[in-house]
Write a protein that binds this ligand. Sequence first.
Ligand code: SAH
Ligand code: AVI
Length: 331
Amino acid sequence: MIDNWLDAGWSDRELRADVSVGLSSSPKELPPKWFYDDHGSELFDEITRLDEYYPTRREREILEREAGAIAAAAGADCIAELGSGTSTKTRILLDAFAAAGRLRRYVPFDNSAATLRTAAGEVARAYPGLAVHGVVGDFEHHLGHLPLDDVAAPPDSPPRAPAMVVLLGGTIGNFSPARRPAFLDAVAGAMRTGDTFLLGTDLVKDVDRLVAAYDDAAGVTARFNLNVLSVLNRRLGADFDLDAFAHEAVFDADNEWIEMRLRSLRTQTAHIPALEMTVDFAAGERMRTEISAKFRPERVRSELGAAGLVVQRMWTDADGDYALTLARRVL
Ligand code: SAH
Ligand code: AVI
């Protein structure tokens, strides 16, 4: 079963609002969620296999080592995954929960409809007997619809077992610090007392490794970054010249985040007919397209705690590059 909260009208209104606000601001800005059309999702998948992009490998290492402990500690029979993408690493969790004899439901949730449908279908085929309930939605708006309760359960059935909500890949880092508390409150609000939240966070580290992870030699991240302009061209009839912008990734040491930008290579004007908008760029002007925050363990604990999610366990990979944290909603 797939629920879809992103009908074309909703998504178009959201895109128009984001683009008209973001490109009228100074400095100009676009939210990262618009990277992930079908092509952007494929490019992200390619990024996860790059030598320089360590977070996926590090997270997989922790999952392979600790999935059994996570299954035991969570005691859940339902895994709901926000920003599930291709659900590739999730299979390590699904296998461990199945081995513990308690896997019943998987709820992948993503705003990239085609990726979600493919992933949900593949997981359903690979795990016979698993109820897969996919949700196409925006996790900044639709967490109130996260179906942690089994809609097929008869009304007189006993209270459900705990569920585990997961957010992997370091995706929490793509929220600005100002928006993280509301997001974590919404996650906790979608859970019941006793449910757990498994959160992947990239950790602060050597600047050169961080920058290389977001500015790879093969230029895949550059294509991923520029793809947001193709999304605006296709969906809003805009005329951005992708050859007139350059990808940049810099580490902001004060904020401890990687910032991705598109730098205008010349003075130019882009037209966005759907918004009746023209946007002027000076030569060298930078437009921010993503932040990817890097965390320290204390910050992970305190931000989860502020949302009523109490940390039960925190694991890192052997090199201390990345952390997975399991927190429980206690009230
Ligand atoms: N969890 C996967 C994918 C991470 S990429 C991994 O660890 O590799 C981030 C994913 O979040 C993408 O699949 C993207 O489509 C999705 N996403 C980004 N913004 C979103 C939003 N606002 N609502 C729902 N999904 C979103
Ligand atoms: C999905 N997100 C956690 C990725 C990140 O590392 O911030 C997106 C990404 N941007 C550039 N490379 C990967």
